[in-house]
Write a new protein. Structure first.
Length: 273
């Protein structure tokens, strides 16, 4: 359709012999955009839900030198959320919560939003060949940005749902997203808190795992032993389960508190020559 109706020489159509998914399409687009030496690269989905007239506002934080990556947030204007299908709204709320854990970007929401802009210097640092080519694409990009400690902004945008039918079924893919988020979380913690840096929050994370696992497994052992023998667990044994769980939870809260305060605030592209 574009090829038949557009004479604009600036438009370049990229073809795939086989469907590579939304991620595969974007990887190809990003690759060509980098080769063309574009400074800011915008992703605009073709489902009609995003207004191209908002692009100047979308890229403004990057132009002002305040962000490396800007993404849309459909949850900003609460009075318009009634347009969003209820199952999709619920799914996005759950995914947003898990995304905060996995990426460390506690200041953003709506992680699957496809209206994005990124500075080419930062995009060039992302290993595009390792990016998920499915619906986890946007979340995977956020994970890679968190490893780089790039500065990410949310862009408030209004919803525009028409009668289009989406191929994305939240109930079918939510388990895939959650699994991917947990993998991203542990990778991010290892990269940012043990390889790149090691501080008190790293120790808090280690202690939280040790105490919680000890309390959990010892508690399960005592519970199974009590059922098998018919003998009630003693108060001392209960305390040996409860105290490690309390300490483990406190150490986990300490780690999360530091992680929230550790959200990147300075644009990375300014440091790249």
């Amino acid at each position: 359709l574009v090829q038949a109706n557009s004479n604009d020489s600036r438009i370049q159509i990229i073809f795939h012999k086989e469907n590579q998914g939304v991620g595969g399409a974007m990887i190809s687009g990003y690759t060509v955009a980098l080769l063309d030496k574009n400074e800011i690269i915008v992703k605009l989905d073709g489902d009609g839900q995003m207004n191209p007239q908002l692009i100047p506002s979308l890229i403004q934080p990057i132009l002002d030198g305040n962000a490396d990556y800007v993404k849309g947030n459909r949850f900003y204007f609460l009075d318009e959320l009634a347009q969003m299908p209820k199952i999709r709204m619920f799914g996005n709320i759950i995914l947003s919560f898990f995304s905060k854990f996995s990426t460390g970007y506690w200041n953003i929401a709506d992680p699957t939003n496809g209206f994005t802009a990124i500075h080419s210097k930062v995009l060039d640092l992302i290993p595009l060949d390792k990016i998920n080519k499915g619906y986890l694409f946007e979340s995977d990009i956020l994970f890679r940005l968190s490893i780089l400690r790039a500065c990410v902004f949310d862009f408030p945008m209004k919803l525009s749902y028409q009668n289009e039918i989406s191929n994305l079924k939240i109930k079918n893919i939510i388990s895939t997203f959650i699994k991917g988020y947990f993998i991203h979380f542990f990778k991010r913690v290892i990269y940012n808190y043990f390889i790149k840096d090691f501080n008190f929050s790293s120790i808090s994370f280690i202690f939280s795992i040790i105490f919680n696992f000890f309390g959990l497994f010892y508690g399960v052992y005592l519970w199974a032993l009590s059922i098998q023998t018919g003998i009630f667990t003693s108060p001392g044994q209960v305390m040996l389960v409860a105290l490690p769980l309390i300490f483990g939870f406190q150490f986990l809260l300490s780690f999360i508190n530091f992680d929230i305060s550790n959200v990147p605030k300075y644009p990375l592209f300014k440091l790249i020559q």
